[in-house]
Design a protein around this ligand. Sequence first.
Ligand SMILES: [Zn+2]
Ligand SMILES: [Zn+2]
Length: 358
Amino acid sequence: MPKTLKTEQYRYFCTVERPLHNQLDRASLVAKLDQESGERTTLSLYRYAQVANPPFLRDHLFAVWQPIGVLGRIYVSSEGINAQLSLPTHQLDAFKSSCEDIDWMNNIRLNIAIEGAPKSFLKLIVKVRDKIVADGLDDDTFDVTDCGRHVSAKEFNELAKQEETVVVDMRNHYESEVGHFKGAILPAAETFRDEIREVEDLLADQKDQNIVLYCTGGIRCEKASAYLKHKGFPNVHQLEGGIIEYVRQVRSEGLPNRFKGVNFVFDERMAERVTEEVVSKCHQCGEASDDLTNCANAACNVLMVQCRSCAEKMSHTCSDGCLTFIALPQDEQKEKRSGQRSKRRTLKQPSEARKADD
Ligand SMILES: [Zn+2]
Ligand SMILES: [Zn+2]
């Protein structure tokens, strides 16, 4: 038993007898959410820490968070926790105190979503993973706690204005496509794993310059900045709390906003709007659009930007093939689909990194 749990919580955990997994189907989950009165808060949190017993932590969090209505996707591992979730707003204090009960989660920053959305998550999933973010890095070769210097929104703005500063988007291409910081380098990678190597190569000639990394909530930059420092980049910075915290600070402190477009999020909302500017184009007709969607053919499901008129014309599919496919009778679709799930995650992956407009 980790010493980090208070005794009464441990007792509670041991006596709990309900199943520690979601047991409802999608329709019941939606109906349950529809019946709920009152507001929900969507938030994310993460922390790198040495966790002695991840399966125990997993069961504990499920037992404590499920009764207060937490929904979302929580990953725990021996290197920490990474969670995206929603909860009834009136349970926020109970939630915070459940975090304080675990010593290494004390004072953890809760990244409250920019736009509220009652249905950002439908169920609570808590999983044990090898890593809290799949980064493909061999952690034994470098010190992950020796990360870049954290900068606030104000410091970020000051640094980003300087000509010699290199601002790098550490998210995947489909995230940076629909929203990003002015003048940032937008890598072409489709996974964080590939992105780290791509960025290392891209910055090879700018090793000594001020480098500022950013991502959605800050977690990816913790690892990426430590890796770059380990690779001999001396001036690595990272945006504290990522885009979410940046937008919050910009709004509360009345600072100039250097972020344009929408912030991609990994829940049912797909994106939250930061500014009205549309920085991307429909993948089908090329008109300005930042409407993100998955192909309506479940066997394809590729992620794409699709404007409203193309969505209508193509019945929310990505191609003529998928349009024809979804018109087939259900049983014929099922037969053809077996073992045919698309390997592509996105409709369009850029061939190389680009630089965002200033
Ligand atoms: Zn279009
Ligand atoms: Zn498709």
